[in-house]
Design a protein around this ligand. Structure first.
Ligand SMILES: Nc1nc2c(c(=O)[nH]1)N[C@H]1C(S)=C(S)[C@@H](COP(=O)(O)OP(=O)(O)OC[C@H]3O[C@@H](n4cnc5c(N)ncnc54)[C@H](O)[C@@H]3O)O[C@H]1N2
Ligand code: MOO
Length: 393
């Protein structure tokens, strides 16, 4: 089975619910629903230029080269003053223009100083002919009408989205509650103890960081290779989480704890046509979906990007590949499936492979390169599929 097929096989909807957060805390969160503009932008007719607002008779007068009297001054953020018929008022960019203004003439087209006191009158040269009605005036709702959907539900809120909502005076938004992921890392070799060969537990901090950096809430746990202990740890987590990921204990040995505890009951185990990370499992217990990753750290890392992240974001792997241009030695496809190779995206956009596929090689990479199975392969200059992993993830 290709990794894309496996991703499709495990795809399912995870429970969605919303919470309201202040805008200042909403960056990176997924909007729970469309947000319509509660008010128009701009909310009042606004000058788009520093200059002078003229009514229609004043514009006619200005075209003849006669001086136009200036009746007042409207800095941005100040109340508008009315325009007496045939007159101008000075306006600044962003100021509210009076109702009777026909256009704003930029200061550059007048004989006025750009700064200082308001002149008693101005003469205007270089007026366009005709002056379009409302020239240099941004009408109410010209940018956004009240009711326009300004950000879409399901979108991740970035800085421009935060700014857009702030522009509308919105101070809090409904965002998706972060999914809660239980992480059960298995292996006697990870348990504290004297005398027996132990190794540091790398999968737990690695996967907890990967999940956390994507905004998921992680409930971490470890278990020995005792199936009774494993089931107790798992069952403790289930009521608290939307998904459980386990690592280790799924291959062909004598002490495969995850397999021993769940195979035939809740989960099935199979080999996906990929290296590394071929052994995989998935299932459901008490209504909560389960993903079983291999224990090898590079396999667990790849499983996160290929299978967990699509599932958690409501996508499938096939939609997530991007195209790149390969630069490197010819890589032969492996007979047992797709090879997944750490790669760097160079400044010119070319995709450069690492020499090996250890976890430390993924640590220095920013994408996963997909090499098709034999008889396929890739060569210098080929278009290739890559999965960007995000900065440092
Ligand atoms: N007879 C066979 N043996 C194996 C096969 C096979 O097909 N036949 N497949 C190999 C492949 S490929 C993989 S991948 C692994 C998958 O093994 P498990 O998922 O059962 O994982 P474990 O045996 O528990 O651990 C594998 C390896 O990773 C180390 N490990 C586990 N957890 C952690 C952790 N949290 N932090 C750091 N290192 C960890 C563990 O010590 C083992 O060295 O099976 C192969 N065998
Ligand atoms: O699939 Mo295993 O992860 O090759 O080592």
């Amino acid at each position: 089975m290709e990794p894309e097929d496996y991703s499709r096989l495990i795809a399912r909807d995870l429970p969605a619910s919303a919470e309201t957060v202040p805008l200042a805390e909403a960056v990176g969160r997924i909007l729970a629903r469309d947000v319509p503009a509660p008010a128009p932008i701009p909310g009042f007719a606004t000058s788009a230029m520093d200059g002078f607002a003229l009514d229609a008779p004043a514009l006619d007068r200005a075209r003849t080269g006669e001086p136009v009297p200036v009746a007042g001054d409207i800095p941005a953020g100040h109340a508008p003053v009315p325009i007496p018929s045939g007159c101008a008022v000075r306006v600044m960019t962003g100021a509210e223009v009076p109702d009777s203004a026909a256009a704003v003439v930029p200061v550059e087209l007048t004989d006025a100083e750009r700064t200082g006191v308001v002149p008693a009158s101005i003469t205007v040269t270089g007026l366009p002919d005709p002056v379009v009605p409302g020239w240099n005036i941004r009408d109410v709702g010209e940018d956004t009408a009240a009711g326009d959907v300004v950000v879409l539900g399901g979108q991740r809120l970035g800085a421009a989205g935060i700014g857009t909502l702030a522009m509308l005076g919105i101070e809090a938004v409904d965002v998706a509650r972060p999914l809660r992921v239980g992480l059960v890392v298995t292996g006697d070799e990870l348990q504290p103890g004297e005398g027996a060969p132990r190794i540091p537990n790398s999968n737990l901090p690695m996967l907890a960081s990967a999940l956390g950096s994507h905004g998921f809430t992680v409930l971490p746990a470890t278990s020995s290779d005792d199936p009774v202990e494993f089931l107790a740890v798992l069952d403790d987590l289930l009521p608290e989480v939307d998904l459980v990921i386990t690592t280790g204990g799924i291959s062909a040995g004598a002490y495969e704890v995850v397999r021993a505890a769940l195979e035939g009951e809740c989960s099935e185990f199979l080999r996906v046509g990929q290296r590394p990370g071929g052994p995989q499992g998935h299932g459901e217990r008490a209504g909560t979906p389960l993903l079983h990753f291999p224990g090898t750290p590079a396999g667990a890392y790849l499983s996160f990007h290929l299978f967990a992240l699509p599932l958690l974001t409501g996508t499938v792997l096939a939609q997530r590949w991007r195209r790149g241009l390969y630069e490197g030695p010819a890589l032969q496809g492996h007979r047992r499936g797709v090879s997944l190779v750490p790669a760097t995206i160079a400044v010119d956009g070319r995709v450069v492979p690492a020499a090996r596929a250890r976890l430390r090689d993924f640590a220095g990479a920013d994408a996963i390169l997909r090499v098709p199975a034999a008889p396929g392969g890739i060569a210098d200059g080929d278009g290739v599929d890559i999965l960007p992993t995000g900065p440092g993830i």
